[in-house]
Design a binder for this molecule. Structure first.
Ligand code: ATP
Length: 305
């Protein structure tokens, strides 16, 4: 799958996110762990997510005076993947921070199955959302404990089954102590691809209705990349997924690509729609296509038309 991966890295370089991808994923992760700075009304009810429909309704937001997100409308149903692309600083991470309620919208609303996320308690909101990055967090503890992190009542069997679904089982059983191998800070060093598959296993076990994927770049080999893609594909199947996309595979298969520029959605549609539209997205691809020989021929023909 190499030919499908490196062109996306190139895309990332062009729009200057490739270099910042790592910092960006760390930033999102820090935020996931930050305590909510927002006041919750006392005794706010738990979020329940029967369907997994996420709707951004005319959302605007600024960290300060300046508006960073303007009039964003997005809607995703269970099984959908929405990819957010755009130049650095366009507001991709901010759009996802609003879903996690790191900040509240200034105007408009975000609703999950019809419920305004400001009307439920934060714990239940964040329990409903899984986060996968390529630089995931492992604490010092066993592989087993790391997979079960966030799921309190997981059985050994469920842990193994999640690891299998994440394409992690095979490497785990080959570690010195299998599932009891200590990893993280002072433990066994795992590769980026291995850590990512553990984090996917953790998310599979947690089984959230909604997924946030930050596909920051990493340098895994082709085979690992294929394994990660396969486990991710399995994971997103019955979820509502928002992905900050750096990779061709995600882009191409997304139900909708929202191209952000200065906080506005300037283009939206499928990969094919956007190529046909011949705007910002298509231009980025055209620039790239001139430098690439390994893309499928029909793709190049469309891109350079
Ligand atoms: P990147 O691809 O570089 O991660 P992005 O598209 O995710 O960029 P955001 O991180 O959402 O963009 O940033 C959107 C805008 O908001 C930028 O102008 C950024 O400088 C600003 N911004 C982001 N976080 C904060 C913050 N905590 N306080 C103030 N401004 C912020």
């Amino acid at each position: 799958s190499q030919q499908f991966i490196w062109p996306m890295a190139q895309f990332g370089q062009i729009i200057n996110i490739y270099q910042r991808a790592k910092a960006s994923s760390v930033r999102v992760f820090d935020l996931m762990n930050e305590r909510g700075t927002l006041d919750e009304s006392a005794g706010a009810p738990d979020l329940v997510v029967p369907d997994g429909t996420v709707k951004y309704d005319d959302v605007s937001f600024g960290y300060g005076e300046e508006t960073v997100i303007s009039n964003v409308d997005l809607q995703a149903e269970r099984g959908d993947t929405i990819a957010l692309v755009g130049p650095t600083g366009a507001g991709k991470s901010t759009v996802l921070k609003l879903l996690l309620r790191m900040y509240d919208v200034d105007e408009g609303a975000i609703r999950i199955d019809g419920t305004d996320i400001r009307d439920v308690n934060l714990r239940s909101l964040r329990r409903s959302i899984g986060y996968v990055s390529q630089d995931p967090f492992l604490f010092y503890g066993s592989v087993k404990e790391n997979i079960a992190y966030g799921t309190f009542d997981a059985s050994g069997e469920e842990i193994v089954s999640a690891a299998k679904a994440a394409e992690a089982h095979e490497f785990v059983v080959n570690l010195p102590d299998g599932y009891d191998t200590m990893v993280g800070e002072r433990g066994m060093k795992l590769s980026g691809g291995q850590r990512q598959r553990l984090s996917i296993a953790r998310t599979i076990l947690k089984n959230p209705a909604i997924l946030v994927l930050d596909e920051a770049t990493s340098h895994v080999d082709t085979e690992t990349e294929a394994l990660i893609q396969r486990s991710l594909a399995r994971l997103v199947r019955e979820k509502t997924t928002f992905a900050i996309a750096h990779r061709l595979s995600t882009i191409k298969e997304a139900d909708e690509i929202a191209v952000l520029d200065e906080g506005r959605i300037v283009e939206r549609g499928t990969h094919d729609d956007l190529l046909a539209l011949d705007g910002l997205y298509a231009n980025l691809w055209r620039v790239q296509a001139g430098e690439i020989e390994s893309l499928p021929r029909d793709f190049i023909e469309r891109a350079i038309r």
